[in-house]
Design a protein around this ligand. Structure first.
Ligand SMILES: Cc1cc2nc3c(=O)[nH]c(=O)nc-3n(C[C@H](O)[C@H](O)[C@H](O)COP(=O)(O)OP(=O)(O)OC[C@H]3O[C@@H](n4cnc5c(N)ncnc54)[C@H](O)[C@@H]3O)c2cc1C
Length: 319
């Protein structure tokens, strides 16, 4: 059996969980077994059923009052219990903050080999050989797993969505867990702009923006598109933008559908945080800037002139 760990945001799945479902069900087919999805938290049955569109025929739903706090120790206990119950041979997580916190715990529990940041199905399953990203995505390594149990983290936006509608059953499972040792003293939800980690579109600025005072067109474009805003590291180091917006090797790792890199050179450390974006659009005065190698669409020119034009075109389309 293959177990995929889905994530929800306020009870709703996002593309990430459907990509895991697509990958897990294809891997199950390749291994001649079945894929089961695990959902932790308050997710309505109608939402759980949407996983069936991506080949998942069974979802185990765990709801418990002690689960309103994100506690990786607690969550990994639940995942272990479910993995044991379904006799999972492979557990799959997203390669994001949650997945990276949970996958090693599950691997340690089952003495399983962990391969992180995989992008494709295994080259072979006996022996189990799979390719993973290395050097912040600059190269790939083929890894052979010898352990019986296996844990994988799937690079976001790598496998994509593969529709394969099947009937899906839902099993509500009760698990025994103690109360979390984490006490939340205060909770404040970011309001207004879209949260960067969740954003499907991100508008990001680099040192080419010249000053923190020049950010209003970036914010305007983000508002029109319902996007999050981000920046390169020197921008946050300069104090032009808050550190929470810095993306890259030492900042947030994001995987939106659309990433605008405005006045960003495209250094490897920056790309390490954004290269999983589905489409990258770059505006840069330097036609040889490395960002153009990563970009799907590029405009060579002055961002201060092009951005207002882009905003007015997007406004026309949105009318
Ligand atoms: C260990 C380590 C970790 C790092 N981690 C990160 C990280 O997590 N994230 C990160 O971003 N960086 C990181 N860096 C820094 C990284 O190496 C680069 O220095 C940084 O990404 C460059 O930021 P930038 O592209 O905004 O600035 P620059 O390199 O200064 O590039 C500015 C770009 O803007 C263009 N430009 C200038 N004027 C205009 C204009 N008017 N219109 C359009 N384009 C214009 C220029 O042609 C240039 O390409 C790290 C470095 C190290 C050593």
């Amino acid at each position: 059996m293959i177990l995929i760990y889905t994530q929800n945001w306020d009870g709703k799945f996002k593309k990430l969980s459907y990509e895991l479902a697509s990958y897990g069900s294809a891997l199950a087919k390749q291994m001649n077994t079945e894929a089961v999805a695990l959902s932790i938290g308050e997710v309505a049955d109608e939402e759980l059923k949407t996983l069936g569109k991506y080949g998942i025929s069974k979802v185990i739903s765990v709801k418990n009052n002690n689960l309103d706090v994100l506690d990786n120790m607690l969550f990994s206990k639940i995942i272990s219990q479910v993995a044991q119950k379904v006799a999972a041979k492979v557990c799959i997580f997203a390669h994001n903050n949650d997945g990276k916190a949970l996958a090693p715990r599950i691997a340690a529990k089952f003495k399983a080999a962990l391969v992180s940041d995989v992008t494709k199905l295994p080259k072979s399953t006996e022996p189990f050989v799979i390719s993973k990203k290395v050097f912040t995505g600059k190269a790939f390594a083929d890894v052979k797993i010898n352990s019986e149990a296996k844990v994988l983290t799937l690079s976001q936006n790598s496998y994509g969505l593969v529709e394969n509608m099947v009937d899906i059953s839902i099993e509500q499972m009760t698990v025994e867990i103690s109360k979390s040792n984490i006490n939340i003293i205060d909770k404040s939800k970011i309001s207004g702009r879209v949260i960067l980690n969740d954003a499907e579109i991100v508008v990001s600025g680099g040192r080419g923006m010249k000053s923190g005072d020049n950010w209003s067109p970036i914010e305007e474009l983000a508002d029109i598109l319902g996007a999050g805003t981000a920046c390169s590291r020197p921008v946050s180091d300069e104090g032009w933008r808050p550190h929470g917006e810095h993306v890259g090797q030492t900042g947030k790792i994001i995987a939106p559908n659309l990433y605008f890199a405005l006045g960003i050179s495209g250094a490897i450390q920056h790309l390490g945080g954004v290269s999983n974006s589905k489409y990258i659009v770059a505006i840069n005065t330097d036609k040889d800037a490395p960002i153009f190698e990563a970009a799907d669409y590029g405009i060579v020119g002055d961002v201060h002139k092009i951005l207002p034009e882009l905003i007015s075109e997007v406004k026309k389309l949105k009318k």
